[in-house]
Write a protein that binds this ligand. Structure first.
Ligand SMILES: [Zn+2]
Length: 427
């Protein structure tokens, strides 16, 4: 079976120009002794906005891998696909994020729920799980409720998985199940029931993306209770380790954190919790790269800066339209958004200061950053003008893309503090 590496990083490359710069970040980390496999992900929705095909993601990745002579693992993720959207992804992808969040809460047949309860008496009562202090106490009624909420979603994941496996060959794909794009987080006891159901369904799932508590706003840091997150993350890992042993799920099954980019305050928690379980991690931080393109263009000045400020001005004219689909994952304070006219007069330093994710920078503006995070389709509409400026400024844009992933993401997640304090050798 195609096996996902222990550590993997979900990167997005919306305009298919940064694969090399992204891979360079993984290469720098590899030189420090930690291997993280890049996984280039792009969803149906992103392809629709950009007007691209899944094959372009594979082509860009392959070219980067060849150019940098990368001999380690890498993958192409058909991100958040469903039965209706998966087919065109099958030839070009080897990683499939099976999105079944829409089926959560829709009832499975009463017979299926009854069968599930009959098969899993171990889930009812007091359940001791190694490394969880107090046992889970559940009644049959509670487990029934959880099964009613999630069983149909897992059955749908099974259908989708078998559909892909039939066309691609079960040995040629990595399956992730994602439940993050829904309203309420899944608790660790719910995750256990979900994993039992996934095992029943026969899906060799290698990563699972639950929804965690707290706000995962686009492109900015986590908003929520860090103590609660740490407890939940720890318990999720304990539940996964338990379920792998109990239900025979793949031994490399790991958590996938769909971070919405840049959840920096979670990184120390993740880094100290994973070793307690010898656990791996898939972490997606996709949209951050598109913002680095804008930062690089702004830094370049001249026509590139002019385009960046123009995109901002257009975003201001379409705030409602751009933000509506992301209402649950952005918190923009409209009073903090400068006008398009004001930004048109900004210098490179003002634009990059406001946009770059450096929370200690006096100009950093999280509202502006979130707005631009969801504004990538405006860049897509610029077509060749945007892409030509990316090409003309490849060096400066690439430097920002690499430095962002390496210094702000990979080092805090995967390197020890002692190593992280050394100056990073990017370029
Ligand atoms: Zn997601």
């Amino acid at each position: 079976m195609l096996t996902l590496e222990k550590f993997s990083l979900g990167v997005g490359d919306r305009f298919a120009h940064q694969a090399k710069a992204q891979l360079r970040a993984c290469q720098l980390l590899s030189e420090k002794g930690v291997d993280v496999a890049p996984v280039w992900n792009k969803s149906h929705r992103e392809h629709s906005f950009i007007g691209s095909e899944p094959g372009s993601v594979l082509a860009a990745a392959q070219q980067a891998v060849e150019t940098l002579n990368w001999k380690k693992g890498w993958h192409v993720d058909a991100d958040h696909i469903r039965l209706e959207t998966v087919d065109r992804f099958i030839p070009a992808s080897d990683f499939f994020t099976l999105d079944v969040a829409d089926s959560i809460g829709k009832p499975a047949s009463p017979d299926a729920v009854e069968d599930f309860l009959g098969r899993h008496p171990e889930l009812i009562g007091a359940l001791e799980i190694p490394q969880i202090q107090s046992p889970f106490h559940t009644t049959r009624e509670q487990v029934r409720k959880i099964a009613e909420k999630f069983l149909l979603a897992v059955q749908d994941a099974g259908k989708l998985y078998r559909h892909i496996a039939e066309k691609k060959g079960a040995d040629n794909l990595i399956a992730e199940i994602s439940m993050d794009e829904t309203d309420t987080p899944q608790t660790p006891p719910e995750l256990l029931v979900i994993l039992a159901a996934i095992a029943d369904e026969g899906i060799p799932v290698q990563t699972i993306a639950p929804k965690f508590t707290g706000r995962f706003n686009k492109g900015v840091d986590y908003e929520g209770d860090l103590v609660q997150f740490e407890k939940e993350f720890h318990e999720d890992l304990a539940v996964i380790a338990f379920a792998v042993a109990r239900y025979g799920l793949p031994a490399n099954l790991k958590l996938s954190v769909h971070s919405g980019s840049d959840k920096f305050s979670l990184y120390p928690i993740i880094r100290r919790t994973l070793p307690k379980f010898g656990a791996g991690l898939h972490i997606k931080t996709a949209g951050t790269t598109w913002l680095e393109e804008l930062i690089g263009l702004a830094e370049a000045g001249g026509p590139a800066l002019a385009l960046a400020t123009e995109i901002y001005a257009e975003a201001m004219e379409h705030v409602e339209e751009l933000t509506a689909p992301y209402a649950s994952v952005i918190d923009i304070d409209r009073s903090k958004l400068p006008s398009g006219v004001e930004v048109a007069a900004w210098s490179s330093a003002q634009f990059t200061g406001a946009l770059r994710h450096d929370q200690s920078h006096p100009l950093f503006n999280p509202s502006l950053r979130q707005l631009l995070h969801v504004a990538f389709k405006l860049a897509a509409k610029k077509g060749a003008r945007y892409l030509d400026l990316l090409k003309a400024n490849e060096e400066i844009v690439g430097r920002n893309v690499t430095a962002n992933l390496y210094e702000r993401h990979l080092i805090p997640l995967f390197l020890e503090r002692a190593q992280a304090s050394q100056p990073a050798a990017v370029c």
